[in-house]
Design a protein. Structure first.
Length: 112
């Protein structure tokens, strides 16, 4: 269910971004900088992610803004079907204040 909500959210975003945490969803694993899996529970995640509506809101780790075009992105991500395939496990949170790292050893994956 969370995957479906995330993809619907991605489809509604249409503007570009100026800040870090600009993400673009690619269709093929070979195009990705990072393979991501959305976990079912917060405790399983490396990063708690809040999807912001405006680029100016993406000011800290875990606040992701999805761009419309690949060239605008800081990172290109591919969403894998299995946890074992992922470089990074995320959990989509409901509030901006919940966003941030749970496993800081993975921070290097989102360095821009």
């Amino acid at each position: 269910m969370k995957k479906l909500l995330f993809f619907l959210f991605v489809l509604t975003l249409t503007t570009s971004s100026l800040f870090a945490q600009k993400i673009y969803k690619v269709d093929y694993e070979s195009q990705a900088d990072l393979k991501v899996y959305i976990v079912n529970y917060e405790s399983q995640a490396d990063l708690l992610v809040y999807m912001v509506k405006y680029e100016s809101q993406a000011t800290k780790d875990g606040l992701w803004y999805v761009v419309k075009y690949e060239s605008q992105a800081d990172k290109k991500v591919y969403f894998v079907d299995y946890e074992s395939q992922a470089d990074l496990k995320i959990y989509i949170v409901d509030y901006e204040s919940q966003a941030g790292w749970r496993n800081k050893s993975k921070m290097h994956l989102l360095k821009f």
